[in-house]
Ligand binder design. Structure first.
Ligand code: ADP
Ligand code: SF4
Ligand code: MG
Length: 331
């Protein structure tokens, strides 16, 4: 592999949940939670996944780490397909990819002290002596802005923001190349959100970590991302660098999502567009363009032909760079 290759390359990722067949009932259709998703994440880059609840963000994020076993596709980390690894090989590679969740309380053992929570991955990989481990724990606590006294506390003695810092310290312990962040600040107060997002950005600048950042709050996404992928019903409908995506979105779904966000400059006129109806069920997705049941621009062809996610030339935004991919027959 080349130094210019992306750190992570996800290709054709699918996760279809098959519900168990009940006696005497007809088989139920599988849920197409993720249906052919491809993207890359470069070293030291933040790629965000955005979209309505249920569009497949968490399934994508967990599939990359094989916390969910995908139905098809490949997940290349440094050129190696993680989906082909044995459980033992996968455990070894886990040190390179870590994950933090929306609710750190659910993912941190309540019976362990904070220092032990961070020590656990270090112990599992046995890379350090006990003294080195203690030293590293103190260093990790200082890196995430936790005081040394916090080492002996239990998770319930922490505030929400401190608990997320603890989750980040644990994720950092093994010097990962990629951290998957699944709505890491969605449960926090707005002021605390900014602190945690800034901490993640500082750690990226210092250690070159890449993030796959899942969020539904677009102002947070705008702050942290280098590139953004918009998902709708299990597929990516638009992918571009941050400037292009926020200043010159092309897919009707992205335009509608963004029109609901307050604009920093009130002189920029925006027409607020509303999304019609609820998203269709991923157990029975519409044929052709999955967005056609709610799209204000839909034409007959949209029901019949699936628009491929394809490159648009002339990035139309100042400061825009890199590839702009859109899945729409008319944009
Ligand atoms: N274990 C499961 N079995 C069946 N369907 C599931 C399962 N987990 C998630 N889903 C469905 O897959 C779709 C995508 O879910 P998810 O990835 O959690 O979306 P998001 O994180 O974008 O809100 C949803 O329709 C959800 O109901
Ligand atoms: S392909 Fe058709 S339905 Fe889909 S987003 Fe474009 S115009 Fe709308
Ligand atoms: Mg989710």
């Amino acid at each position: 592999m080349n130094a210019t290759d992306p750190l992570l390359r996800v290709e054709g990722l699918r996760k279809h949940y098959v519900s168990p067949r009940q006696w005497f009932s007809r088989p139920r259709p599988s849920v197409q939670a993720v249906d052919g998703v491809s993207f890359t994440v470069a070293r030291s880059e933040t790629l965000s996944l955005v979209g309505e609840s249920g569009c497949g963000k968490t399934t994508t994020a967990k599939s990359v780490m094989r916390l969910i076993e995908p139905t098809a596709g490949s997940v290349l980390l440094d050129g190696e397909n993680l989906l082909k690894l044995s459980p033992a090989q996968m455990r070894q590679r886990r040190s390179d990819v870590q994950i933090i969740f929306q609710d750190p309380y659910a993912s941190l053992s309540p019976r362990l002290r904070a220092g032990e929570i961070v020590a656990e991955p270090l112990r599992n990989f046995r890379r350090h002596s006990a003294a080195e481990r203690d030293e590293r724990i103190r260093w990790l606590f200082s890196k995430v802005g936790l005081r040394p006294e916090a080492i002996d506390k239990y998770p319930h003695e922490f505030s929400g923001g401190q608990r997320q810092r603890l989750g980040i310290a644990r994720a950092l312990a093994l010097q990962p190349k990629l951290i998957i962040c699944d709505e890491p600040v969605s449960a926090l107060d707005v002021s605390v959100q900014a602190q945690v997002v800034n901490l993640l950005m500082d750690l990226q600048a210092e250690f070159g970590i890449a993030y796959l950042f899942v969020a539904h709050d677009l102002s947070v996404v705008r702050h942290i991302s280098h590139r953004v992928a918009v998902m709708y019903l299990g597929r990516i409908v638009e992918l571009a660098d941050r400037e292009t995506l926020f200043n010159a979105p092309r897919h009707p779904y992205t335009q509608i999502l963004l029109s609901a966000v307050p604009v920093p400059n009130p002189r920029t006129p925006t027409r607020r567009m509303l999304l019609q109806g609820d998203p269709p069920s991923p157990a029975n997705p519409p044929p052709g363009c999955r967005f056609h049941t709610r799209c204000p621009l839909a034409q007959p062809v949209c029901k019949e032909q699936t628009p491929p996610l394809s490159t648009r030339k002339n990035p139309s935004s100042p400061g825009g760079q890199g590839e702009h991919l859109v899945a729409c027959h008319f944009r």
